[in-house]
Write a protein that binds this ligand. Structure first.
Ligand SMILES: Cc1cc2nc3c(=O)[nH]c(=O)nc-3n(C[C@H](O)[C@H](O)[C@H](O)COP(=O)(O)OP(=O)(O)OC[C@H]3O[C@@H](n4cnc5c(N)ncnc54)[C@H](O)[C@@H]3O)c2cc1C
Length: 368
């Protein structure tokens, strides 16, 4: 039986950011993770740090996202100093391409609504000519695009590894292959049981991605997340040609080109399908015709953690003080605020004001 100051359930990007963040405030932290058999968005995502489309209709989320993108250089420098790992962080601004006038109209409308409450997210529409100057080799059928200087990208696997390494380096503990089966609460202490062990702590954070829903029920919290599949393709390594991350295409530090951004509601099914992969590849070739020659070396599917309105859910149990839950759809983007702000607030005993509108009660209120 272990007695750390805090237990975090889930070792993906959200759990690891919070666990590392708690440990760096001085709380001894144990992170329990199901392990290799689990569904893990953190190992199958696109690696964008993306602000231009976030919180268009929900100001608190736009601010939270902007804060995170702004704090990313701090997190990057801290993890590099601590672990020696290079996360390949670049924030040169990002582009969403538009292939039709309808797409232009939608992007332009989104900017107008976003700027009404978040003018700091300085997104702007660029026409084909302006984009071609930034991106030689752009296809003639790209009508224009939305550029935002706050966007960037990172190697998400390096980020995950660095957060785990950072937690261990600061004295925290990780137990992989430890699916949590039950949670009990008595006398202000949570007892968390895996198949073989029990751990106790007065502070508990559930950040287990799609697994959070079932775990949260054990402490009376309703965290209504569901899976949304995203498929991905990766090409062989190419000469550098794409200096900006884009909403559906990015070139990694190693040179390969990642093509993504499909969304399908197909339950707990992380398979790939030729129909969707072909559609994604065709759009990428329209944007950059030379990609037609590139060989695809890998494809995969992964499941997003989606709330009913697409925004994060941060919960604090009223019935069991000390228990928290955190789930979100953009755990790469939000890694900096999760580490540097959310974890600090949880260590101090309460969620930060910045996320108060992102509580799960909003779904109950929406139904009444
Ligand atoms: C295709 C795709 C593209 C994406 N692109 C981006 C992007 O460009 N930018 C961005 O910001 N975000 C992106 N995301 C989202 C991002 O990947 C997720 O928000 C993030 O990875 C979620 O992390 P998580 O820790 O909540 O969940 P996960 O990574 O799913 O991890 C959950 C962890 O909880 C553990 N677990 C589950 N149940 C239990 C249990 N009972 N006991 C113990 N452990 C348990 C599992 O082992 C797992 O490791 C993308 C996601 C997908 C699928």
């Amino acid at each position: 039986m272990k007695h750390p100051d805090a237990i975090v359930v889930g070792g993906g990007l959200v759990g690891a950011a919070i666990a590392y963040g708690l440990q760096r405030t001085g709380l001894s932290t144990l992170m329990l993770d199901e392990g290799d058999v689990a569904l893990r968005a953190s190992r199958g995502n696109f690696g964008l740090i993306w602000v231009q489309s976030k919180g268009i209709n929900f100001p608190p989320y736009a601010s939270w996202t902007w804060d995170s993108a702004s704090l990313w250089p701090t997190l990057d420098a801290e993890l590099r100093d601590l672990t020696g790992d290079v996360l390949d962080l670049h924030q040169p601004g990002g582009i969403e391409f538009c292939l039709s006038d309808d797409e232009i109209k939608k992007c332009r409308g989104d900017i107008r609504r976003l700027h009404a409450h978040a003018p700091q997210v300085a997104a702007e529409m660029l026409d084909h000519k302006a984009l071609s100057k930034m991106l030689p080799g752009l296809g003639p059928d790209v009508v224009g695009g939305r550029y935002c200087r706050g966007d960037g990208h990172v190697n998400p696997l390096s980020l995950l590894r660095a957060l785990h390494k950072g937690l261990l380096t600061k004295g925290g503990e990780i137990k992989s292959g430890s699916p949590v089966r039950s949670i009990r609460h008595q006398g202000g202490v949570f007892t968390v049981a895996t198949n073989t062990e029990q751990h106790q702590s007065a502070r508990l954070v559930l950040a287990a991605g799609l697994g959070t829903r079932d775990l949260a029920e054990m402490i009376g919290l309703d965290i209504p997340v569901r899976p949304i599949r995203g498929q991905n393709l990766v090409t062989e390594k190419l000469q550098p040609f794409l200096p900006f991350p884009c909403a559906t295409i990015r070139q990694t530090g190693e040179g390969s080109v990642q093509i993504g951004a499909s969304e399908e509601d197909v339950g707990f099914n992380d398979a790939t399908t030729p129909r969707i992969l072909n559609k994604m590849a065709a759009r990428a070739v329209t944007i950059f015709p030379h990609l037609k020659q590139a060989r695809i070396v890998r494809v995969w599917g992964a499941l997003r953690i989606m709330s009913p309105d697409g925004y994060p859910i941060y919960a604090q149990s009223q019935r069991f003080p000390g228990a928290f839950a955190a789930v979100c759809h953009s755990g790469v983007t939000l890694a900096a605020v999760h580490t540097l702000k959310l974890a600090k607030a949880i260590a101090e005993g309460a969620l930060p004001d910045a996320v108060s509108a992102m509580n799960p009660e909003r779904f109950a209120n929406a139904q009444t």
